[in-house]
Design a binder for this molecule. Structure first.
Ligand code: HEC
Length: 178
């Protein structure tokens, strides 16, 4: 092989290698292969409540006493439809799932004769005053743990005021308004 031919081939390979190296170098400089640190598409994962996150203690319900004088017993009479599946309200009415509620305001807890109250209700001391009725009707199970009354509670203080104002009228001698 003539040395000039060999030189030509050698130079050609060398040039090709140089071009290839240079092209790689230049393209890296131009394209900036910097990958973003964060993923472009985030997969949202619903965070499940852990057992450690205990439910907050139930807040004290708003007091009903300041609202009672102005509360409308007629509005309360409509609200007792929510109770009527379990309670009767007229004098001498029968006990149903729950006891008859005639004369409940100011009466003792577990007041109805012949009704099978829970031990929790029987253990309550003192009368059904306005604020204890208010707390019980806002959240029966939290106010008297162990009660048999399966009722979620009335969330609005205005509703509880109207309902208690109506309950107060169910008596031969209603207790004084606060
Ligand atoms: C699903 C049935 C049910 C509903 C609805 C219900 N109650 Fe009761 N209620 C009961 C039972 C049962 C008891 C007895 C609880 C016990 O012994 O622990 C009770 C007890 C009571 C007491 C105590 C009575 C006493 O003699 O000490 C009051 C007051 C009362 N309910 C008011 C209401 C009012 C007002 C409503 C409507 C806003 C209502 N309840 C809705 C079942 C019910």
């Amino acid at each position: 092989m003539a040395s000039s031919t060999f030189n030509k081939i050698f130079m050609a390979i060398l040039t090709a290698t140089l071009i290839a190296l240079l092209a790689g170098f230049v393209s890296k400089k131009l394209v900036h292969p910097n990958f973003p640190a964060e993923r472009a598409y985030k997969v949202e994962v619903q965070e499940t409540e852990t057992a450690a996150a205990a439910p907050a203690a139930p807040a004290e319900p708003d007091p009903v006493t300041p609202l009672l004088a102005a509360a409308d017993p007629a509005a309360g009479q409509k609200l007792v439809k929510a109770c009527a599946a379990c309670h009767s309200f007229e004098k001498g009415g029968a006990n149903k799932v729950g006891p008859n509620l005639w004369g409940i305001v100011g009466n003792k807890h577990a007041h109805a004769e012949g009704f099978a109250y829970s031990d929790a209700m029987k253990a309550q001391e003192g009368p059904w005053d306005y604020e204890h009725l208010n707390k019980f009707l806002a959240n029966p199970k939290a106010t008297i743990p162990g009660t048999k009354m399966n009722f979620a509670g009335l969330k609005k203080v205005e509703d509880r005021a109207a309902l208690i104002a109506y309950l107060r009228t169910l008596s031969d001698s209603p207790v004084a308004l606060p």
